[in-house]
Design a protein around this ligand. Structure first.
Ligand SMILES: [Zn+2]
Length: 145
């Protein structure tokens, strides 16, 4: 004879299935997603401001004496680096990489049988070589590639 638990009271609303928190199988509540990354102030701390009092480092830009002559298609008036003469460059056209590429492109699109040779005849597809008419030294080149 033991004191058994009293039989459940059917119909008692307080003994019904209680809602479970969290729901079974569900994910735990979103925790930590709203937290900012890193510690507050970890990255935002200003670095040690280094102030140089009285000493202002002035970086003197070197004068651009060495003017890089940009050679284009047209003759340019420049100073020959070889004979130091003021000359206008003599231009001559050479078949360069650009002409070959145009040739290949024309071949791919079916314009072979002579049409692919057009870029070799068009100066606009060739590289331009600038030479000095005084000493016949090549000063520069204009490559289209
Ligand atoms: Zn020269």
């Amino acid at each position: 004879m033991t004191d058994a638990a009293p039989p459940p009271y059917p119909g008692n609303p307080t003994k019904g299935p209680e809602p479970q928190y969290p729901p079974p199988g569900g994910q735990p509540p979103m925790q930590g997603y709203g937290q900012p990354y890193g510690q507050p102030g970890g990255y935002g701390q200003p670095a040690q401001t280094q102030q140089y009092h009285g000493q202002t480092t002035v970086v003197v830009a070197q004068p651009a004496m060495a003017v890089v002559q940009q050679f284009r298609e047209t003759p340019v008036h420049t100073k020959c680096p070889h004979c130091q003469a003021e000359i206008v460059t003599a231009t001559s056209y050479e078949t360069g990489t650009f002409a070959w590429i145009i040739c290949l492109v024309l071949c791919f699109v079916g314009c072979d049988l002579g049409c692919c040779l057009i870029p070799f005849c068009v100066d606009g597809c060739k590289d331009v070589t600038h030479s000095c008419p005084n000493c016949n030294q090549v000063i520069g080149k204009y490559n289209r590639m």
